[in-house]
Design a protein. Structure first.
Length: 289
């Protein structure tokens, strides 16, 4: 069995910086993070082990200092938190700020805002909570439900798949030929690199293992991207989820990981697959012959 890592995989700079800021702050003073800093249980458990609290709503903040996650937040939400007399520390990724600024500019210029993304995702909530009127969606049915406007301003959640976003923008243009549709590409570079590398990986592998949290949007996008090319794609959160019967003795097995997956988890998955390779010959005939 050959194990191949994607050229780009795992934790992005935005997540690494947010974790570093949380740990550095927690060494000086008690800290609560508002929401999941990243959608990865391993990372969250490590933060809790350092004494950092994680609250899902303002009522659960038990410290004077509260951190906004890398996914960002609306001005309204940050204002409400400051009104409680708390120190607000922002770990918002600079590339999420780019999406906020792009959207604000489109609205200022009179475009009706459309956000391609997951409606209830924390990043999308941060993008939309300051707006009076907007549309959010990530599928053809959402485009079909749009009402005609003279000008549409479209941005994307930073972790959406490039192909899908471009296809939806084309659909909007096709559905409203008389409207001006301005698209600002706000998908972040680390997401694009991981998606492109995942395509290359899936093309040369018999099986692909995608490592990432159950609620990580970019991990789910990597699973979908690989599944379009490779028949055997498995999503795991940690090495404990791996199953010997997924692999054959002579497989090329690809490994990729979402932007919130720590290096230690990727290394553990790779090592476990190496261990399973010994057993895999027994299972391969039954499953894949
Ligand atoms: S996935 Fe992209 S936008 Fe999100 S934290 Fe990482 S670099 Fe920033």
């Amino acid at each position: 069995m050959k194990i191949i890592r994607a050229e780009h995989l795992g934790m992005c700079f935005g997540v690494k910086d947010a974790i570093a800021l949380a740990l550095e702050t927690a060494r000086r003073e008690p800290l609560t993070i508002l929401g999941d800093l990243v959608h990865n249980e391993t990372v969250l458990a490590e933060l809790r082990a350092e004494g950092i609290r994680i609250g899902q709503k303002p009522a659960e903040i038990g410290t004077q200092t509260v951190m906004i996650t890398a996914h960002g937040a609306s001005e309204r939400r940050m204002g409400e938190t400051r009104k409680l007399g708390l120190n607000v520390l922002e770990a918002t990724c600079p590339l999420v700020h780019v999406a906020h600024r792009s959207l604000a500019r489109l609205v200022q210029e009179g475009f009706h805002p459309v956000i391609i993304g997951k409606r209830d995702h924390v990043e999308v909530r941060g993008l939309t909570e300051d707006l009076d009127e907007f549309d959010v969606g990530r599928g053809e049915v959402d485009v079909a439900n749009l009402r005609e406007r003279s000008r549409f301003g479209v941005v994307s959640q930073t972790t959406q798949a490039v192909d899908k976003v471009r296809r939806l923008v084309q659909l909007i243009r096709g559905r409203f030929p008389k409207s001006e549709v301005r698209f600002v590409d706000t998908i972040c570079q680390p997401t694009k690199q991981r998606q492109n590398a995942a395509v290359e990986l899936a093309q040369k592998c018999d099986a692909v293992v995608v490592i990432g949290g159950a609620h990580s949007n970019n991990t789910h996008e990597l699973v979908k991207t690989c599944s379009r090319i490779c028949r055997r794609v498995h999503h795991v959160q940690t090495a404990a989820d791996l199953r010997a019967e997924w692999f054959c003795a002579k497989d090329n097995v690809g490994i990729t990981a979402g932007t919130s997956t720590p290096d230690s988890v990727i290394a553990a998955v790779e090592e476990t697959i190496r261990g399973l390779a010994v057993k895999s010959g027994e299972f391969s005939k039954a499953i894949y012959s």
